[in-house]
Design a protein around this ligand. Structure first.
Ligand code: PLP
Length: 394
């Protein structure tokens, strides 16, 4: 089979990058642009993590590491997994990868082929769909609805499974909606999945630490009945503000029944990226084992800004905003403004100097919404809301 790059022709994330590139170009022309488009924490990586990478370099860690990552880094991930989920995972099942996206890529590549169907959230992280299309598999959107607080619906998800379904992609807390799927709904979904043993699950839990209003993140790892077909995506990018370090981890099953998935992805690593750079892996250990005050401070800041965003947007004409329960995004409904979402986003950038992303860049069901990242200062968020108000009332 000849793979094509068809999936890459209309990637939402690429559109998002285009918005950000335009925002940067406008700023370079001297325009005062407030960037609420970007999906990365506006915090620096905590100093002790940076120090650990510098020390690793000074100590001479300049070579390849094992393709699946240093044992010490995988052991650190196992410790963290036990703390956050209460589930014991062997370092033998953990892969250290160059960013969360690589787990996505590996899982979709392993299961995706012409004739296969892969379920993914819509609206959702745009790379899911583009990667599925790249493999020749059929992307099947799972509707994520505002009336459910942007949580997955177990019933709707299960109804989309066919004998051709190979993989189900879940994401909670979610990009772009900030939705968190409650444990009760995940439980229902898992119970339903027991009837479909041919469906593997990839649970994208990269925002696990960012939940608000007492909402708790529920890891799919808590359900042993699907463990032998579960891939968990997580990483350092968001939790420790390390997007540029390119560091992720994933947890894989490796039984004969599971198709020895871990061995497959290790082979992919050997053939493709060799390993994650050594100093970053030492930094990753420091991130997990070191003090978490900076993470807590960042999450507290996101929580405060979230309230400002929801209150501010809620007072604007034509806009209503479901309170996001996780991550650092809000996904306000802009239907009543009368603007198609992408045009509104473009006009807000050009005329009001506020960069954000039109909902359709995250899927067909994103029409009528815009995504706003609150990875920016309270002051800038307030200024942006003022500008949006001025624009809408002019
Ligand atoms: N998963 C989701 C839901 C994301 O929003 C992102 C990044 O925005 C990723 C995965 C990718 O993370 P990384 O930067 O570690 O590749």
């Amino acid at each position: 089979m000849l793979r094509t790059t068809a999936g890459f022709d209309r990637i939402g994330e690429e559109n998002a990058f285009a918005v950000l590139a335009r925002a940067t170009a406008l700023a370079a022309e001297g325009r005062d642009i407030i960037n609420l488009g970007i999906g990365q924490p506006d915090f620096k990586t905590p100093a002790h993590i940076v120090e650990a990478a510098i020390k690793a370099l000074k100590d001479g860690h300049h070579g390849y590491t094992p393709a699946n990552g240093l044992l010490a880094t995988r052991e650190a991930v196992a410790r963290r997994t036990l703390t956050t989920t209460g589930v014991e995972v062997s370092p033998e099942n953990i892969m250290i990868v160059p960013g969360g996206k690589v787990t996505m890529f590996a899982a979709i590549l392993i299961f995706g082929e012409p004739g296969a169907e892969i379920l993914y959230p819509d609206p959702g992280f745009p790379i899911y769909r583009s990667m599925i299309e790249f493999t020749g598999a059929m992307p099947v959107p799972v509707p994520i609805r505002e009336e459910n607080g942007f949580a997955f619906s177990a019933e709707e998800t299960l109804a989309l499974i066919t004998p051709r379904t190979r993989l189900l992609i879940l994401n909670s807390p979610a990009n772009p909606t900030g939705g968190v799927t409650p444990r009760s709904e995940i439980e229902k979904l898992v119970n339903g999945l027991v009837a479909y043993p041919h469906v593997a699950i990839m649970s994208d839990e990269i925002y696990d630490v960012m939940t608000y209003d007492g909402e708790e993140h529920c890891s799919l790892l808590s359900f042993p009945q699907i463990r032998d077909r579960l891939i968990v995506l997580n990483g350092w990018s968001k939790t420790w503000a390390m997007t540029g370090w390119r560091m992720g981890w994933s947890i894989w099953p490796n039984s004969k029944e599971s198709g020895q998935l871990y061995d497959k992805v290790r082979k992919l690593a050997v053939n493709c990226w060799s390993c994650v750079n050594a100093p970053s892996q030492f930094a990753g250990i420091a991130a997990i084992d070191g003090p978490q005050d900076d993470v807590e401070k960042m999450c507290k800041a996101f929580d405060n800004r979230r309230k400002i965003v929801v209150d501010g947007l809620g007072s604007l004409p034509g806009i209503s905003c479901t309170t996001p329960k996780g991550a650092f995004y809000a996904f306000p409904n802009v239907r009543e403004t009368g603007w198609p979402a992408k045009q509104l986003a473009a006009a807000l950038l050009d005329e009001a100097g506020v960069a954000l992303i039109g909902g359709p860049d995250f899927g067909i069901l994103g029409e009528g919404y815009i995504r706003l990242s609150y990875a920016n200062s309270e002051e800038n968020i307030l200024r942006a809301i003022e500008r949006i108000e001025k624009f809408l009332t002019k």
